[in-house]
Design a protein around this ligand. Structure first.
Ligand code: C2E
Ligand code: CA
Ligand code: CA
Length: 759
């Protein structure tokens, strides 16, 4: 039977049922309500014959009651939940087989075996069931017509089953899709809400860009956008960024699309006068919606996550600055200088250019620092740094190595060593010159000078550490020559430096091993009577023999060991005086002359150590003359004078050693607490050579007389010298001609003899 064979009444009835079912479905009355309308509609059509309709849904192999408005409730309940399979009644079997099952007599059909009783008890005799199968082959439901008595379907019945199964499918599918949509959009909403939350917490801005660099979408905090977010879709990478950056960004987009791998780009933009550093990370955006168009449009999309990393960058920059720059002066620090020097050495090796390292140390900075206080010392260092920076060229790097040590690195586009020496000398002179003007501290002007040591980079293959050591050695040579000058490194300097280091190391052990001792060189009056003795330190090394004081004293001064050495001298001097006193060999005015190092004045240890030893041995300060040099008086005026004044009040006397070799005028010395001048050996030696020698000695003696200084001549070696000098008004004489420096025991013998012969 087809539609055209239906009579008008049937057609209208079917039409009305179909319409109502669809209307309800469209209205959204719900699946059950729509299906009940459908069942009732068919039952009405079949009213005369007493057919009953049922719709069962299939849920994971189980029957689920949907609509069967006229079937007995208990029956419906009983089959709700039945697992489908062979012999599970007409519906269960139809759904299981995915085909129509027509049972004309429930009482006899084996398919109903298990449910027969149930069906018969509820007055059901026949059941024809049709599965409703979706286009994706999912079995959704069964549509069945029951009759109370056994019966076969007519053509009309078959037509109804087909037609309403199709309608059922439409409606169930409609609801199924609606449900799916609700579920999906619910899920989408959840995902969206999560994404929104994530984007709120993540400091990133997310952009979707197409492969041409056009902005497609944006998520995040729009306040950071350079343009209003609604206009972003009209923008592209090339319209928002400078050409160079835009090109970089485009390359990253292309690489992302080509490799399908995340790319990272750090880039800077300037906004409102502020530098903002971003880190961009990319991913290919798989977008099914866009993919659908892709075949014809060719569009591809990239997700660009941009994070503001300005703060992190600044912290990193600051850390780099701290690691590479000196905090006080802002100059590059030692590490930076070493790295720079390494690069310079590489460049020299590569390009056949030349260079130099200038090591710079402020003369006497420790004294300045101690006397001014560290704040002012720091201020001076900053001024020094400024001067250095302003006196060097761009190609020269000034760095602070620490303390008052600086280094200047020179890169010279030269290949000729002579030209290099010339150029470096010019730089060194320029640096020395920039300290001609005094520096300011505490409202006073301070004259500061520097010593420069230069190591040339005139061949490839030199090492950073070696160069710094060489420049350092040269700098010390400049210091030894009096400072305020520059000196080039020479091999001999290195040997000296090594020797100094070795002696310093050995000195520590030698002090413990008692290899140091005080010797005494007698001083006599012009009539030959004992006047006193100069105490001279001796280092007798068991292997090397005597190491001269001229060699080890400067090392001891630099390393600080001088204090221990001076303690040895003071202690043994005191022992000597006590011993002579005990033996009754101490003439009434006999004095020991002790050499005092400027370091002891600077570090203010002198007064304390002197009173310690004198107190310990119960001696009178008047037994001691302290020998100092002119240099000390010139250099450390204020503090030295105060200490001298103080010691002199206690009874110590002061002698100016090596008088005549410095620059002090007698008139100046008169104002100082000085008692004695020791005419330097060089003048005594000149007595024999020139007439002028005697004239100098004479004038010193004449002036000293007026100013009330005693005069001592040292280094008297010959009878000739002795004869000339003894005729003059000198307080005493000292030299090999009278006696060589001797150990303590020998001095005791010497004095015994001297006193015996004096009577
Ligand atoms: P100085 O204070 O000028 O000591 C005199 C030096 O001249 C001594 O050298 C002495 O041995 C030497 N001398 C003595 N008579 C003659 C002579 O007739 N002809 C010649 N050519 N030389 C003579 P020495 O002992 O080698 O000491 C050298 C320098 O070492 C001293 O020069 C002094 O500056 C320093 N020194 C020695 N002992 C000490 C000390 O205990 N403390 C300090 N701070 N310095 C010391
Ligand atoms: Ca001396
Ligand atoms: Ca001397």
């Amino acid at each position: 039977m087809n539609e055209f064979e239906l009579n008008e009444t049937q057609r209208l009835a079917i039409y009305l049922v179909q319409r109502e079912v669809l209307e309800r479905a469209i209205r959204g009355d719900g699946l059950v309500a729509s299906m009940e309308v459908l069942c009732r509609g068919i039952e009405q059509i079949l009213e005369a014959q007493g057919g009953l309709c049922s719709i069962l849904l299939l849920e994971e192999q189980h029957l689920r009651h949907c609509a069967a408005p006229s079937l007995p409730q208990p029956y419906c309940k009983a089959i709700d939940g039945v697992t489908i399979g062979e012999r599970t009644g007409s519906c269960g079997t139809a759904l299981f087989r995915r085909e129509q099952v027509v049972v004309t007599d429930i009482a006899t059909d084996p398919l109903w075996e298990d449910y027969r009783e149930l069906a018969l008890a509820h007055g059901l005799g026949a059941c024809w069931s049709n599965p409703i199968i979706a286009s994706d082959q999912t079995v959704l439901a069964s549509f069945a017509i029951y009759y109370p008595e056994p019966r076969s379907p007519s053509d009309f019945h078959r037509f109804l089953i087909e037609a309403f199964s199709a309608l059922g499918l439409l409606v169930i599918d409609h609801y199924r899709l609606a449900e799916q949509q609700t579920r999906l959009s619910g899920e989408l909403q959840t995902i969206n809400a999560r994404l929104t939350t994530i984007m709120q917490v993540i400091p990133d801005e997310a952009f979707v860009l197409d492969h041409t660099g056009r902005y497609v979408d944006f998520f995040g905090n729009s306040s950071q956008l350079p343009v209003p977010p609604e206009t972003l879709s009209t923008q592209s990478v090339s319209s928002l960024f400078e050409p160079q950056l835009a090109e970089q960004i485009m390359r990253v987009i292309e690489t992302t699309l080509a490799t399908k791998q995340m790319q990272v780009l750090e880039y800077e933009i300037y906004a409102e006068g502020r530098r903002i550093v971003f880190e961009g990370r990319t991913a290919v955006l798989t977008d099914s919606r866009h993919d659908a168009h892709r075949s014809h449009s060719g569009d591809q999309y990239v997700l660009w996550m941009a994070r503001d990393i300005t703060a992190r960058k600044q912290a990193e920059d600051e850390a780099t600055r701290l690691a590479l720059f000196d905090v006080l002066t802002g100059l590059p620090n030692r590490r930076h200088a070493q790295e720079e020097l390494e690069q310079l050495l590489e460049a020299v090796g590569r390009n056949h250019t030349l260079g130099a390292v200038i090591f710079l140390d402020i003369d006497d900075f420790k004294r300045i620092n101690d006397s001014l206080g560290h704040d002012q010392g720091d201020s001076l260092l900053k001024q020094v740094a400024d001067r250095l920076e302003s006196s060097t060229r761009r190609s020269e790097m000034v760095a602070r190595l620490g303390g008052d040590e600086f280094v200047v690195l020179l890169r010279e586009p030269l290949t000729d060593a002579d030209a290099l020496v010339e150029s470096v000398s010019a730089t060194a002179r320029r640096i020395l010159g920039c300290f001609k003007e005094p520096l300011a501290a505490q409202g006073h002007a301070y004259n500061v000078s520097t010593s420069l040591g230069i190591a040339l980079i005139d061949q490839p293959g030199l090492k950073t550490e070696d160069l710094l050591r060489k420049a350092d050695a040269a700098m010390y040579a400049a210091k030894r020559l009096g400072g305020n000058r520059f000196t080039f490194f020479e091999e001999s300097l290195q040997q000296e430096a090594n020797r100094r280091l070795e002696l310093e190391r050995r000195m520590v052990q030698a002090i413990k091993d008692l290899h140091f001792s005080a010797w005494f060189q007698p001083q006599v009056r012009p009539d030959g009577a004992p006047f006193g003795a100069e105490v001279l330190l001796r280092w007798l090394d068991p292997e090397e023999g005597a190491i001269p004081p001229d060699e080890f004293i400067p090392i001891a001064e630099r390393s600080g060991l001088i204090h221990q050495l001076q303690d040895i001298v003071l202690e043994q001097s005191c022992q000597m005086l006590s011993c002579l006193q005990e033996k009754n060999l101490l003439p009434p005015e006999f004095r020991l002359a002790i050499n005092i190092s400027p370091v002891q004045f600077k570090e203010r240890t002198l007064t304390e150590r002197l009173s310690f030893f004198i107190g310990r041995y119960g001696l009178n300060p008047e037994r001691f003359t302290l020998e100092i040099t002119e240099g000390l008086l010139m250099d450390q005026q204020q503090e030295a004078h105060q200490q001298m004044q103080c010691l002199r009040q206690q009874g110590f006397q002061f002698a100016i050693d090596d008088f005549g070799t410095g620059y002090s005028s007698l008139a100046y010395l008169h104002r100082l607490p000085v008692d004695q001048l020791k005419i330097d050996k060089s003048f005594v030696r000149e007595l024999e050579e020139e007439d002028t020698g005697e004239a100098i000695v004479d004038s010193v003696i004449a002036l000293s007389k007026n100013l009330n200084f005693e005069v001592v001549a040292e280094g008297v070696e010959t009878r000739f010298q002795s004869d000339i000098l003894c005729a003059k008004a000198l307080s005493s004489l000292q030299g090999f001609f009278y006696a060589r420096p001797m150990p303590g025991v020998e001095l005791v013998d010497y004095l015994k003899k001297a006193l015996r012969s004096a009577g």
